[in-house]
Design a protein around this ligand. Sequence first.
Ligand code: THU
Length: 130
Amino acid sequence: MLDKLHQKALEAQENSYSPYSKFRVGSAIQFKGLSEIFTGCNIENASFGGTVCAERVAILKGISEHKKQTIESVVVVTDSPEGDPPCGLCLQTISEFSDADTKIHIANKNEILRTYTQKELLPISFKLEN
Ligand code: THU
């Protein structure tokens, strides 16, 4: 299943719209108990603050189609041979839909290089009581 997520993240990376940074990112996520895979690429904007990261595109697609879900795995792929972790804003978004088992996999084009729990990458996330 991780191979499939990696493949889907690579396919999404092909759609990256990143004319300003030239930094191409692809992501694929799977929610617990759902077989469907959701993908995203980074989508930049001339008004730079309008840029959306690949991971958040994938998560927002999934949540908007299936209501709140718990993320099982997130794969993020870039062109860097050593891979790149999600940014802080994406980690905060991932944390909103995570549990203790949620995994973040960092990949290059060939393979998944490192795997972390969400908590390892953002041990203390901002929360509001609801
Ligand atoms: N980017 C992502 O897609 N995900 C991240 O976690 C970090 C950054 C994108 C945003 C922007 O299009 C480019 O990478 C450079 O910051």
